[in-house]
Design a protein around this ligand. Sequence first.
Ligand SMILES: [Zn+2]
Length: 124
Amino acid sequence: MPTFETQTYWDAIDQQRLLVKACKACGQAHYTPRDHCPHCFSADTHWLPASGRAVVYSWSVANRADPPYVVAYVQLAEGPMMLTNIVGCEPADVRIGQSVQVTFQPDAQGRTRPYFQPTGKDAV
Ligand SMILES: [Zn+2]
């Protein structure tokens, strides 16, 4: 659910843009968005448009769901880890280190959410 700290993030998602927070004090990006940098606790953070590129860091299949879906941590090109779902491929085709790209799709409640799908060179 959006909070004061994440409202800007969700507003951008509605416009199919992915934002992360970056810190002017230490230069590192983070996710989920916070007013204070989790790396150095500086309040000097600002919004940064993310490229939407990421690689699969770890993943598992939610087999109890029908159809099963893939829950994964992906590492954004900007550095932060993001918990998301992998879409657009069979669960058996997901691999650690796979290149993925953000895609925006409505969830069951109709809310736009960022998911990730394999990029062209990895797609089967
Ligand atoms: Zn920092």
